[in-house]
Design a protein. Structure first.
Length: 153
């Protein structure tokens, strides 16, 4: 056994806390989807339309897969030495309001994701994608526009 393997084996597994740079995070949830231990999970409150990414310290094994899977590179695991810096067993690390379809009210995406995408697309030009409609309502709207366009022609 090498010294590196030995040190990996004896260090405490849950000696990290996640740090999310909220101004960059879109709430995509890939960190939670890829977390092999379930230390990161996604919760949604239907009553309040709140979307959360929650960290469970006791389940984290410090593998850093969540860091690698983050497309915005806004999640970092910070090593801690003092156990008193560990917060509650369960900690909300991201929270946002969920946007809804303006036609039918279907929950769509975290508002941070929509805002980030709009900023990227507005740099290109006009908004080709109606972010405030669900896929079904988007298709209905497109068909209605085509039908109106054909009846005018």
């Amino acid at each position: 056994m090498t010294r590196r393997e030995f040190l990996k084996g004896i260090r405490p597994k849950n000696d990290v806390i996640p740090i999310i740079h909220k101004e960059k995070c879109t709430g995509c949830g890939l960190c939670a989807v890829d977390c092999p231990t379930g230390a990161l999970t996604i919760l949604q409150s239907g009553k309040e339309d709140i979307y959360q990414i929650v960290f469970r310290h006791d389940l984290c094994n410090s593998c850093a897969i969540c860091e690698k899977s983050c497309p915005e590179k806004c999640l970092q695991l910070e090593r801690i030495l003092e156990q008193d810096r560990i917060g509650k067993a369960t900690e909300i690390i991201f929270e946002d309001k969920i946007s809804q379809c303006i036609e039918c009210g279907t929950p769509l995406f975290p508002q941070a994701m929509i805002n980030r995408l709009k900023l990227k697309i507005l740099g290109i030009g006009n908004l080709p994608w109606p972010f405030d409609l669900c896929p079904s309502c988007r298709i209905k709207t497109q068909f209605e526009r085509e039908r109106v366009g054909k009846s005018k022609g």
